[in-house]
Design a protein around this ligand. Structure first.
Ligand code: XMP
Length: 518
């Protein structure tokens, strides 16, 4: 994905804050990108930003080495909005004062608007904002005017309209600031004068044009995983280059119920994409026979997946001197690009899908989603007509059901887990909870337990229900599913899935647990 012209740039003084601001700007239909504060003014201005937002951050302006900005930027006439740390930095660098008053503000705070400002155009005199600061701005820079205060901040906002510089001590990007979204819109539309044109349709148009320019008349390969990222990436590339695209779906026998059929239905029948469907379950079960160590399983699955992918690519004529596909589609998203820290092309992710594809396959990467956040990817997927089920599917680990089958992975045990998992998902969907949960699935432990069914004693597997809420999978909380729902899932699994006689609920958060059992 190539850069988009004339962005709003968010200078990153603290990753989560900057990311949230960038997302909010895009929600206002204005394209935004995150840049590090280490860029010089010339480098920032070379991007031709239509506005610049300085994010909050965890540092104090007094802390060494607290990040600063090239002050040349303040003379360029590009509208600037400083938020929290960004506001304090503006105050200090422009000649105002920031002090450690010892009276910070954290959480909901009453704000009084004291002077007219385009940012506060439709605000009442008093409103609730979200603050999180230890230092305070005590004096505005020469030429600036204070526009708001709070109980502990004599300057909760200031501006210098002539220089087009605006600063707020609170966080307009968080939902707890009552009119935060409006404030950002005022900055973007009224102060910067930007027409909101970043829409899902425009994203698609831009990316389709970029893919066409990159690929020309050559052939492109895409490995589908059944997940949303590879599906949307494939759909964008297909819109761009049509039947120059070949998709590969390796059915490992460890997919969720209906996944292989869904991929076939969506990509082959609906989109009429050239789809190579490799039915490789036997190879995977053979390779996994007798293996119980989780990392060993991952390695075996990853390696075999790569081997199969290479076979397909070779069959299609790829490789040194070959006439086959030279380009490989990768569903890299913007958070991965930011995390790589450089903004440079990310190399193929090792964690992606099934262990990552080998670099020595010698493909040039096509990454049509590399500037998008997950919610934008979903919106693009919807816009391109992908089924809701694909677009809203919960994340699924590359090694598939294998890391949810504790102990040996056999065809029989995978069958039990897949059937139980399908019932968990079906009931969670029916209860309207599927999209609210980060993941919800079944786990098959490596023990059997005694039960009674009818007149007989049973000795069969338990199934564990695992459902979590999370924002990013780094931490997670176990979902408080309604008891009636848990009961319905349990009784359906025991009655409908052969080989299961007991159901348990996992009530472990992450940390100390992980989301998956292996
Ligand atoms: P854990 O279990 O570490 O999982 O809390 C965090 C997130 O990562 C997914 N996951 C994987 N994804 N390959 C993947 O592509 C893997 O080997 C893998 N292991 C865990 C997991 O589903 C959760 O969303």
């Amino acid at each position: 994905m190539t850069a988009v012209d004339d962005p709003v740039l968010v200078v990153d003084f603290g990753a989560q804050y900057a990311r949230l601001i960038a997302r909010r700007v895009r929600e206002a239909h204005v394209y935004s990108e995150i840049v590090p504060p280490t860029l010089s003014a010339a480098e920032i201005l070379a991007r031709r930003p239509r506005g610049i937002i300085l994010s909050g951050g965890p540092k104090s302006v007094y802390e060494g080495p607290a990040p600063t900005l090239d002050p040349e930027l303040y003379r360029a006439g590009v509208p600037i909005l400083g938020i929290c740390y960004g506001a304090q930095l503006l105050a200090r660098q422009l000649g105002g004062a920031v002090a450690r008053t010892g009276r910070g503000e954290y959480g909901r705070t009453a704000l009084s608007v004291t002077a007219p400002s385009p940012l506060f155009a439709d605000w009442p005199a008093e409103s609730v904002v979200w603050m999180s600061h230890g230092d305070s701005i005590t004096e505005v820079p020469p030429g600036s005017v204070a526009t708001a205060h709070s109980a502990e901040s004599v300057v909760a906002a200031f501006h210098d309209p002539e220089r087009r510089i605006y600063a707020v001590q609170f966080h307009p990007e968080v939902v707890h600031t009552e009119r935060g979204a409006e404030l950002l819109e005022h900055f973007l539309l009224d102060v910067c004068g930007i027409a909101p044109s970043w829409t899902h349709v425009s994203i698609i148009e831009q990316q389709v044009a970029a893919v066409r320019a990159q690929v020309g008349g050559e052939r492109v390969l895409c490995a589908l995983s059944g997940g949303v990222d590879s599906a949307v990436a494939a759909a964008v590339v297909h819109k761009a280059v049509g039947d120059q695209l070949t998709c590969v779906f390796v059915d490992t026998g460890l997919m969720r119920a209906g996944e292989a059929e869904q991929v076939e239905e969506t990509f082959h029948r609906q989109f009429r994409i050239d789809l190579v469907h490799v039915k490789a379950a036997d190879r995977f079960f053979d390779a996994l026979a007798g293996v119980t160590d989780p990392e060993e399983k991952r390695k075996i699955i990853g390696t075999l997946f790569i081997r199969i992918f290479e076979e397909v690519a070779r069959d299609l004529g790829a490789g040194v001197g070959g006439t086959g596909p030279r380009f490989l589609v990768q569903g890299t998203l913007y958070p991965d690009v930011i995390e790589s820290g450089t903004g440079e092309a990310a190399s193929i992710k090792s964690h992606h899908n099934v262990g990552g594809l080998p670099a020595d396959l010698d493909f040039e990467l096509v990454e049509p989603l590399r500037l998008l956040f997950k919610d934008e990817v979903r919106a693009v997927g919807e816009e391109l007509g992908l089924p809701h089920e694909v677009v809203w599917r919960q994340p699924f680990p590359g090694p598939g059901l294998a890391v949810r089958i504790v102990g040996e992975v056999t065809r029989e045990r995978a069958g039990i887990l897949r059937a139980a998992d399908a019932l968990v998902v079906e009931e969670i969907r029916r209860a309207g909870l599927y999209r609210h949960l980060w993941q919800s699935f079944a786990v098959l432990p490596a023990v059997r337990t005694v039960g009674v069914m009818g007149d007989g004693r049973t000795y069969a597997y338990p199934i564990v229900i695992r459902a979590v809420t999370s924002d990013d999978a780094m931490t997670a909380d176990w979902a408080r599913l309604p008891y009636e729902l848990v009961e319905r899932i349990a009784s359906r699994i025991i009655n409908e899935v052969d080989g299961v006689n007991r159901v348990a609920l996992d009530v472990t958060s992450k940390p100390p647990g992980t989301i998956e059992w292996e």
